[in-house]
Design a protein around this ligand. Structure first.
Ligand SMILES: N[C@@H](CCC(=O)N[C@@H](CS)C(=O)NCC(=O)O)C(=O)O
Length: 208
């Protein structure tokens, strides 16, 4: 029997993109939903010391965390799924560039937006200013990558970077229509990516 991946995730979290990757690959996987309850998070921390989702248990039992690394690993491990360009090509160099860009410059301000009080020793006292700055950073960095969409992150080639961008863009705290009016290329990209059956399936799971 084919060995299972085990995905530790939470609805509306970064496990979304990892689940889409597993669906695109057609790999058997078990989904383990982790609530925000302290006992659930403590159990997750035994596997993943950051206590965050996503975490992926590989078929050999190794636990991986960091969404971009997991997505790159899955794409590289299943080359026939074409979720990333071939290693050591120029296209792959750009793929790696955008994956790290999205993780470091788009996911990062999302965390400052949603966990603002953690980013100051003064906690809630600075939360409004942190939220304002992180929203500006999020929009500026989404704007930068949106300019390059043609129609995908890597031009004509769909890759898992598109799903990563789609997920991160969906976390805009305001109206999606407002974001897409501001960044129309991102809106067209989101419409295209949402049409993929793997994305629609995972959207349904995360909406439950
Ligand atoms: N850099 C990490 C960030 C993971 C992360 O912060 N995940 C959020 C959900 S999207 C989380 O688990 N938050 C719970 C917490 O920080 O307490 C990654 O890319 O996987």
């Amino acid at each position: 029997m084919q060995k299972l991946y085990k995905l530790y995730g939470r609805q509306g979290s970064g496990s979304f993109a990892v689940q889409v990757a597993l669906e695109e690959i057609g790999a058997p996987y078990e989904q383990i939903w982790v609530s925000k309850e302290p006992q659930d998070v403590a159990r997750l921390r035994e596997l993943n010391p950051t206590g965050r989702v996503p975490a992926l248990v590989l078929p050999d039992g190794t636990v991986m965390f960091e969404s971009a690394a997991i997505l790159i690993h899955l794409a590289m491990s299943h080359p026939r799924s074409h979720l990333a360009p071939e290693p050591a090509t120029t296209a792959n160099a750009l793929f790696l560039q955008w994956m790290v860009f999205l993780s470091a410059n788009v996911y990062e301000p999302v965390l400052r937006m949603y966990y603002s009080a953690r980013y100051s020793a003064r906690g809630d006292a600075d939360a409004d200013a942190i939220r304002e700055q992180s929203t500006a950073d999020f929009l500026a960095n989404l704007g930068l990558i949106s300019e390059k969409l043609a129609p995908y992150v890597l031009g004509a080639q769909y890759s898992i970077a598109d799903v990563y961008l789609y997920m991160l863009g969906s976390w805009y705290p305001g109206e999606k229509a407002q974001l897409h009016a501001l960044l129309p290329r991102l809106g067209a990209h989101a419409a295209r990516v949402s049409g993929r059956p793997a994305v629609a399936k995972v959207e349904a799971d995360h909406a439950q």
